[in-house]
Each structure stands twice: as C-alpha cells, then as structure tokens.
Design a protein around this ligand. Structure first.
Ligand code: ZN
Length: 239
C-alpha cells in the first residue's frame, strides 16, 4: 500500500464527519425523552390544578342557593295567601293568628334572603377561584405545547445539519481508498466505537488509552499495512 499514510489521513477526515453525525444523532435520540418529561410535568400540574379548581364546591353552593330560592318563593306565596285571607276573615282571633303567622313567615323570609345573599357572595368567590385556576392551567398547557414544538423544530434543525454533513461525507468518501473504506465501514457497523480510526497519543492508543507495544508503534510508522490496537481494535494512525 503505497499511499497508506495519505489514505489513512483521508479516512481520518471522513471519520470527523461520522463523529459529527453520530453526536447529532445522539442529540436527536434524547429529544423524545425530553418531550416525555415535559408531558409528565404537564400531567402533574394538571392534577394539582384540577384539585384546586373545586368545581364540586361551586356546584354544591349553587344548588343550595336554588333550594333556598324555591323556599323563599313558597314563603312569599304563603304571605300573599294570608293577606288574602285577612280580607275575608270574620273572627278576631283568627285575624290575630293570621297576623302573627304573616309576621313569622316574613321573619323566616328575611333569614332566607340573608342566607341567599351570603351564598351568592361565596359563589362569586368560588367562581373567581375556578376561573383563575383554569387560566393558570391553560397557560401551563400553552407553555408546554410551545416547548414541545421547539423540540420538534430543534430536531428538524439537527436533521438538516446531518444531511449537510452527509453530503460532505459523500464527497470525502470518493477520495478514500475503497479497500480501507470498506474495512472502516465494517468496524463502524459493529457499533462498538463511534471512532474507528484514531491518532496515537504518544505511546498510547488515542481511543482507549492503552499503552501500545513498541513493535506496534514501529508498524504504524512504516505504513505497510493497517495496524489495530490490541485492546480496542481501532485502526491506529500517527500524525
Ligand atoms: Zn485502543
């Protein structure tokens, strides 16, 4: 192999693209988990706020108010009925009894009216709580929706970067010796390392850090054949 040194250097450049692609893919792979996390947060907030909203309380107060209003209405009718009777009654005693009944019913009616007013105030307050919390929930939902959308946009951006790098990679690929390239790609397919070829670091493998045998370093420098690390099987190169 005449130009092994040059071929390996070209391959090393090609690998730079592969590493970039690998790193970008790693980023993309993490995104679905991040989206899931956001969804969990939303679910939790949803539960918390739903508890706070207390719609049941609002409904209960309203039905209580309706009951009291019906009662109030019946009391009013009763008073009217007594008043009619008052016009036609003959005996004095019955007249007095009727007057006292009217008085009692009026008192009860006043109590009912106060209670209804009090209930209406409570209902108003409750309504504000319900609305405020519903709005809070809407805001959180919108925020999370936006965040998820941003994640999707980010994924698209990364995909675009990858396809740009892939174009560059294709160009670089044409320059690399076919035999060496196929060996490189086979090692890459093993998925063991994101880096298949590495520059030695002094006397150690630049990939796994293992100290290399002097014989191996010698072989690397001669560029007669491909030299692999005994430990991690990466292709070794010296600059
Ligand atoms: Zn190694």
């Amino acid at each position: 192999m005449e130009n092994l040194k040059q071929d390996l250097e070209l391959l090393y450049e090609l690998q730079k693209h592969d590493v970039e692609i690998y790193n970008l893919r790693e980023k993309i792979n993490k995104i679905p988990f991040e989206i899931e996390e956001k969804k969990k947060v939303l679910e939790l907030e949803n539960k918390k706020i739903k508890l706070k909203i207390r719609k049941e309380n609002f409904i209960r107060l309203n039905s209580l108010k309706n009951e009291k209003e019906t009662l109030l209405d019946s009391k009013e009718k009763k008073i009217n009925k007594y008043l009619m009777e008052l016009n036609i009654v003959k005996s004095n005693d019955t007249y007095k009894t009727l007057l006292s009944e009217i008085e009692k019913t009026k008192e009860y009616k006043n109590i009912l009216e106060d209670e209804i007013l009090e209930l209406m105030e409570k209902i108003d307050k409750e309504y504000i709580i319900v609305k405020t919390n519903e709005n809070e929930l809407k805001e959180i939902e919108q925020k999370v929706k936006n965040e998820i959308y941003e994640f999707k946009r980010f994924t698209e951006k990364l995909e675009k970067e990858i396809s740009e790098i892939e174009k560059e990679r294709e160009k670089q690929k044409l320059k690399v010796n076919k035999t060496i390239l196929s060996q490189y790609e086979r090692l890459l397919d093993d998925g063991r390392n994101e880096k298949v070829i590495c520059i030695i670091d002094g006397e150690s493998c630049g990939g796994c850090g293992m100290l290399l045998r002097p014989q191996l370093i010698n072989q690397i420098q001669k560029y007669h054949e491909l030299v692999f690390c005994d430990n991690c099987s990466r292709i070794l190169l010296k600059n």
